[in-house]
Every structure is written in C-alpha cells, then in structure tokens.
Design a protein around this ligand. Structure first.
Ligand SMILES: [Zn+2]
Length: 55
C-alpha cells in the first residue's frame, strides 16, 4: 500500500504530496521536500514557527 502525506497538512499552501511504500519512505520523501521548501522561504518559516516546538 502507498502512504501519502499532503504538504498542506503541515501548514503550507504547497500542493506537494509525499509518497512512500512504508512510513520510513514517506518520511524520507517528506523530509527531502521540506528541505527544499525551507531553503527558499526563510520568511515563511519564521511565520510558521510561531507556536511550533522548540529544539
Ligand atoms: Zn511543500
């Protein structure tokens, strides 16, 4: 079975949907994608981070 994760489910307006045969593959896809996203929008990231978890 194929698992999917909508990028917009994590608070973006992005149409991207990550796919994976396993939860692990899904996370790899999602993380790869989020790297790209985080790279190009520092501003959006700051906006999004409010209320998020702290490292
Ligand atoms: Zn996205």
């Amino acid at each position: 079975m194929t698992l999917t994760l909508d990028c917009k489910d994590i608070g973006t307006n992005c149409p991207y949907v990550a796919h994976g045969e396993t939860e692990e593959e899904l996370m790899v896809d999602a993380i790869e994608h989020s790297k790209e996203v985080l790279d190009y929008t520092d501003e959006q990231m700051n906006t999004k981070k409010s209320g998020g978890k702290l490292e």
